[in-house]
Every structure is written in C-alpha cells, then in structure tokens.
Design a protein around this ligand. Structure first.
Ligand SMILES: CC(C)(COP(=O)(O)OP(=O)(O)OC[C@H]1O[C@@H](n2cnc3c(N)ncnc32)[C@H](O)[C@@H]1OP(=O)(O)O)[C@@H](O)C(=O)NCCC(=O)NCCS
Length: 152
C-alpha cells in the first residue's frame, strides 16, 4: 500500500498525464483535448495521485445529470496494486457526494478484465453492454455503483 497525495490537476501537469495515458492505453486520449480540459476546469475534474513528487496515476470525473461519470482512470504500471486506483476512486466518490450524485457509472472494455475486477471490488455491477463502442470495434460494458463506494 502506498499513500498518495490526491489533488486536482493543473495545466502544467499535462506532460506527465499524457505520459501516463500513453503508457496505459493503446488508444490514449487526444493530447489537445486534455490540454483544453486542464485549462477549463469545471466541465471535468482531473485528479492526480502523487507519490514521491511524481504523478503515479490520474483520473477524470464528469457530472452527468444525477450520476457521476468516471471518464478515465490510469495508474502507471510500476505503481499498480498499491491501492492508488482505490484512492483515486474514493476521492471521486467524495466529489460526487458534494455534487449530490447517487450513482457512479463508467465504461470499460469487455476485454479489460483487470479493470473489471478492480471495479467489481469497489461494488460496481454490470448494467449493460454496448457493441462496437470503441474505435477498434471492441464492446464496452457499462458498470454502475451506488454511492458511497465501498470495497467488497
Ligand atoms: C485499473 C487500475 C486503474 C487499477 O489501479 P491500481 O492502483 O492497480 O488498483 P489498486 O491497487 O487500488 O487495486 C485495489 C484492489 O482492486 C482489486 N483489484 C485490482 N485489480 C484486480 C484484479 N486483476 N483482480 C481482482 N481484483 C483486483 C483488488 O482488490 C485490489 O487490491 P490488491 O491489489 O491488493 O489485490 C490500473 O490497473 C490501471 O491503470 N490499468 C490500466 C488502465 C486501465 O485499464 N484503466 C481503466 C480504464 S476503464
């Protein structure tokens, strides 16, 4: 277990965040979209998990009606299985509670069993699947959880 400092991202974090995206996903987010988001806080919330002055992981949360929507979460491979993903998700849960959200939802690749188990451990359940959701044709699973989150 590593205790991370969880904080809001700043525009100057872009390089590190994009490096995490590139290391964690075969289809990283568009860098210019991230730059735009970071410069216009309010539409989405970017949180970072800092360990020893480095950003070990980060996530993106959006408010979507009554739900809080996790748009992304990624932890650098060398920091995984240390509870950093959980710390980011629980911080999202606190922000969602401030919004008054009752549910949290997210999309995950059907083949991403590691992430699916991570979300199941947090009490998420499968709500439905969407065929050909991703650009490469992979299906998405929609997972939802009642707030507050709790490790099962
Ligand atoms: C998914 C991800 C964010 C999890 O981050 P993490 O920091 O490694 O997660 P944690 O250490 O907080 O995991 C906490 C717990 O979740 C559960 N968990 C995580 N992975 C699991 C797995 N493969 N099987 C079963 N349970 C798992 C376990 O209870 C785990 O505790 P443990 O590591 O002590 O067994 C990380 O693996 C990642 O960045 N993956 C690549 C990017 C990605 O797929 N993001 C999700 C997009 S939808």
């Amino acid at each position: 277990m590593l205790i991370a400092d969880i904080d809001f991202c700043k525009p100057e974090d872009l390089e590190e965040l994009y490096a995490i995206e590139s290391a964690c996903f075969k289809d990283p987010l568009n860098r210019r979209v991230m730059e735009h988001d970071l410069a216009n806080l309010g539409q989405t919330v970017y949180l970072k998990a800092v360990v020893d002055c480095a950003i070990a992981g980060y996530g993106i949360l959006a408010r979507d009606g009554a739900d809080a929507h996790v748009l992304n979460i990624a932890v650098m491979p060398e920091y995984r299985s240390n509870g950093i993903g959980l710390q980011l998700m629980f911080s999202f849960g606190e922000i969602a509670a401030e919004w008054g959200s009752k549910n949290m939802r997210l999309e995950v690749r059907k083949g991403n069993s590691h992430a699916r188990h991570f979300y199941l451990a947090l009490g998420f359940i499968y709500a439905k699947s969407i065929r050909n959701y991703y650009a490469d044709g992979e299906d998405a699973l929609i997972m939802t959880a009642r707030l507050p989150l709790a490790v099962k």
